[in-house]
Write a protein that binds this ligand. Structure first.
Ligand code: SF4
Length: 386
């Protein structure tokens, strides 16, 4: 029976191809496959190399169904789009296909999403059933990242968090107004933000259980959303709802959708958003520390940390021998690891030139040079030949 079922399912997966290319599944979405016009059709296209909390892995990135009853304006799976090939898997089929690929060493992990059919609760149940088969029947203990459908039940979210390493609740837009312009049938507070709040409540109520981290994704640049809006909500999620990571997915128009004639988002905007988001999450920055242009966006031409340093440190450089960790992390080129290394090294001796910083594994101390004092002076910089 299995021998008959599995090849069919793999063929179906193959036909599905790279359906989830709009959804980042790993920690470095910029290095995931480029978004190309929807034209999949090989099993390799369902497999993406991603950086996960458990290391770099080839993971199966796929959907329970490519049919959907909702009509988000940017989405290739929206109801009524005739160019989308609709395909649906049962939990047994999907779990069996994953097991076959995993045992053949083709994949080590799964990112499972879905279009919505018969409501979010029914759809989420199918996702959970699939993963229970993978975890229990096939005894797979590796990386699992699950999509949470909008407005599922509390117990479903809890179960998904027990089974997975990561769960995604995609807000899509930074406010209800932006979300309505992107996805008219989605409810920002009641269906999406509530899921992220619940996830944090679950983690706090069960501190000793191993539960999935939560991530979210925004579609950037289709409906006038600003970087200030996107980063403000991201900051709130990091601070109040224990969000692991926000993903910023530059809008890319899909043929035969209401947004097909909109301009794609400049990829540099995505990049600046990630840089700013890391400053908020990992460097203790506040929204007020970031400088926004009058239109509410970051500058594209300069990274946000350098923009801050240009304003504040050029005239008041940081003394590397005296600054605290937080001050050191304000300097371009010095991150949390570099700041810790500096503090440890300066207990043992003076840091007097850029070569000392390089020995501490600060890879490009020249970047820091205009904003610091070493031995009480601005360090001399040399052009690097290689
Ligand atoms: S609910 Fe998801 S799959 Fe359905 S149209 Fe919206 S984004 Fe696409």
């Amino acid at each position: 029976m299995l021998m008959q079922t599995i090849p069919d399912t793999l063929t179906k997966l193959e036909q599905l191809g790279n359906t989830t290319r709009f959804e980042p599944s790993g920690d470095r979405p910029q290095v995931e496959q480029k978004r190309v016009p929807y034209q999949s059709r090989s099993l390799d296209e369902c497999i993406t190399n991603v950086v996960t909390p458990k290391g770099k892995k080839p993971i199966l990135k796929t959907m329970m169904t490519t049919a959907c009853e909702r009509n988000c304006f940017y989405c290739p799976f929206r109801a009524g789009r005739s160019k989308t090939q609709r395909m649906t898997f049962s939990p047994d089929e999907m779990a069996g296909a994953f097991d076959t690929l995993q045992r053949a060493n083709r994949v080590d992990g799964i990112f499972l999403s879905s279009g919505i059919i018969k409501g979010s609760v029914t759809t989420q149940e199918k996702i959970i059933d699939t993963i229970e088969i993978i975890r229990d029947r096939y005894e797979y203990h590796g990386y699992i990242h699950l999509k949470i459908m909008p407005g599922v039940e509390y117990e479903q979210l809890y179960r998904a968090m027990q089974l997975a390493d990561r769960v995604s609740v995609n807000l899509e837009g930074p406010t209800q107004e932006r979300l309505s312009a992107l996805a008219p049938k989605k409810d920002f507070m009641g269906e999406l933000l509530k899921m992220l709040q619940w996830a944090e409540t679950i983690r706090r109520e069960k501190p000793y259980q191993k539960l999935a981290g939560t991530v979210t994704q925004f579609v950037v640049g289709a409906v006038g959303d600003t970087d200030h809006e996107l980063l403000s909500i991201s900051n709130r999620l990091y601070r109040q709802m224990g969000l692991t990571r926000a993903y910023y997915s530059g809008f890319s128009p899909v043929e035969q959708t209401p947004f097909e004639n909109l301009t794609p988002t400049d990829p540099r905007r995505e990049h600046r958003l990630y840089q700013a988001s890391f400053l908020l999450r990992d460097y203790g920055w506040n929204i007020e520390d970031l400088s926004f242009l009058e239109d509410g966006n970051l500058r594209i031409d300069i990274d946000p940390k350098r923009a801050w340093a240009e304003r504040h440190l050029l005239s008041a450089p940081i003394d590397v021998m005296k600054a605290d960790r937080r001050q050191l992390m304000r300097v371009p080129g010095i991150g949390p690891v570099g700041a810790t290394a500096i503090i440890q090294a300066r207990r043992l001796g003076r840091l007097t030139d850029l070569a000392h910083l390089r020995k501490l594994n600060i890879r490009a101390p020249e970047q820091a040079a205009p904003y610091i004092l070493l031995d009480g002076r601005r360090p001399a910089t040399q052009m690097r030949l290689f």
